[in-house]
Design a binder for this molecule. Structure first.
Ligand code: 13P
Length: 258
């Protein structure tokens, strides 16, 4: 039995990044849904590109699979060409949203401050935010992992009220493990999760910290899912590449619990 305490329902999320047309998304769901039919141990979320959201929502209607966005703007609406608001995601039927993914931070100029603004807005719109934090390879090699995780976590949580905070999910995604085939060892991930949880406790209190789900992301595959997800500190996974194939993502969802 896992020693996850207090019981935190694991969340397994697919981040499709910039992959799949609506037709391909529909094909994925038609194969994936029967494979995870009746699976209630874990919360399952698909985060497709924006143009696929309506298709994936229609295809997963009345199922155990939730749908989330990969990003959103922090403003309610406005002249922000190319952006999507929290209200739009919620109205479309999304229940979750990924915030501050390292690709957004590195390639699209997201900062700890914009992640914090987005977190406030997502919570106002009752979206469950999956806030990504994680160190670069150079930061790990310089011994700065703890400093980076404490900074990203504390800045994301600035001004967040305790009653809203219980909906927040954090994803630890070491940047050097994303799309590289390199995975943090379960011990490395567990250590990072403890650091993140300690900051959540400082920002929001111990009780909320104990309840907050902290996911691991970075080259999660069917072959390593069971080992990673049985770590008591790891409350789920945020999966990129291996979530694009329905069989492979279903195998991850069906990791064996010790
Ligand atoms: P990979 O699973 O492809 O390493 O991607 C992880 C990720 O970035 C999920 O958000």
């Amino acid at each position: 039995m896992s020693t996850r305490k207090p019981p935190r329902k694991p969340l397994i999320a697919a981040n499709w990044k910039m992959y799949k047309t609506p037709t391909q998304a529909k094909e994925f769901v038609s194969v994936f849904l029967p494979l995870v039919h009746g699976h209630t141990r874990d919360e399952i979320v698909l985060c497709p590109p924006f143009v696929d959201i309506a298709t994936v929502l229609a295809a997963t209607h009345d199922s155990n699979v939730h749908v989330g966005g990969q990003n959103m703007h922090w403003q309610a609406e406005g002249a922000f060409t190319g952006e999507i608001s929290a209200a739009m995601l919620a109205a479309a039927g999304c229940t979750h949203v990924i915030l501050g993914h390292s690709e957004r931070r590195q390639l699209f100029g997201e900062t700890d401050e914009t992640v914090n603004q987005k977190l406030h807005t997502a919570l106002q719109h009752k979206l469950m935010p999956i806030v990504c934090v994680g160190e670069l390879l150079a930061e790990r090699e310089d011994g700065k992992t703890e400093e980076v995780l404490l900074r990203q976590t504390s800045k994301a949580l600035v001004g967040i009220a305790a009653d809203a905070a219980r909906h927040i999910v954090i994803a630890y995604e070491p940047v050097w493990a994303i799309g590289t085939g390199k995975t943090a060892t379960p011990e490395m991930a567990a250590e990072a999760h403890l650091i993140i949880r300690s900051q959540v406790a400082r920002s929001l209190g111990r009780e909320l910290a104990d309840k907050m789900r902290i996911l691991y992301g970075g080259s999660v595959k069917p072959e390593n899912a069971t080992t990673l997800l049985n770590q008591p500190e790891i409350d789920g996974a945020l999966v990129g590449g291996a979530s694009l194939d329905p069989q492979s993502f279903a195998k991850i969802v069906q990791y064996i619990t010790f």
